[in-house]
Design a protein around this ligand. Structure first.
Ligand SMILES: [Zn+2]
Length: 232
């Protein structure tokens, strides 16, 4: 959870936007870009996991607009919403604020290594399993072909082999039937868990790091989405 206090820069003729996090203030915009009707202590923004934000008026009589509508005291917002402050509707650029804050922080990605490797291994195992199953299901065909060959030499071989082939065919049909739903379900669960865990550790971002292998993350040392720094 990240908490930001947002307001107009104080003690200057041409104020910028002041964003304070853990007692440290960063300024945004050009001098004079923030109108006087934005309070020095205008609002608090709390950013939780998956980038959900709560914006809250710090005095009860500041104005906050979400997508053009007066939000009164408190409102839920996401990054795609427009937040405006004060009667003259100064637009808050949360995207830039989050990116700037993120670039000043760093997060360890050590835990992502086992998540990535585990996912790759599971995916490989699943492919091997599917491959083995496909190979085995060719067996009944092979048996009946062999039986045709053997029938030349041994009298009852053909019928015995056909019975064996039929039993095998039935057996593999049952296994395939069982796996028909099992493999896709397991694959889906595996994908879902990977999507949930292999994400940017910056709580303000939390973006799925998808196709970027762990080694590459370690090499680039930044989140491709929020630009936050990664450490091993
Ligand atoms: Zn990120």
């Amino acid at each position: 959870m990240i908490e930001l206090l947002i307001g107009r820069e104080s003690g200057v003729e041409n104020p910028r936007l002041a964003v304070t996090q853990n007692g440290q203030t960063l300024f945004f915009g050009t001098p004079g870009s923030v109108p006087k009707d934005v309070s020095r202590k205008h609002c608090r923004i709390q950013i939780g996991e998956d980038s959900k934000m709560i914006v809250e008026d710090l005095t009860d009589n500041n104005f906050i607009y979400i997508n053009g509508a007066d939000c009164k005291r408190k409102g839920n917002v996401s990054l795609s919403d427009t937040i405006e402050l004060g009667p003259s509707k100064y637009r808050l650029d949360m995207d830039i604020i989050i990116k700037t804050l993120s670039s000043k922080q760093s997060f360890s990605i050590k835990h992502l290594e086992s998540i990535y490797d585990g996912y790759q291994k599971d995916r490989f195992d699943m492919q091997v399993k599917q491959g083995k199953l496909n190979a085995l299901s060719a067996l009944p065909g092979v048996l009946s072909m062999t039986s045709i060959g053997l029938a030349v030499f041994i009298e009852n071989a053909r019928i015995i082999m056909i019975i064996i082939a039929a039993i095998f065919a039935l057996f593999f049909a049952l296994i395939r039937y069982r796996n028909a739903s099992k493999i896709p379900i397991r694959t889906r669960k595996m994908e879902e868990s990977f999507r949930e865990k292999y994400v940017c550790p910056n709580p303000a971002c939390g973006h799925f790091l998808g196709g970027v292998p762990y080694k590459e993350l370690l090499k680039n040392r930044t989140c491709p989405y929020c630009k936050t720094k990664f450490t091993a």
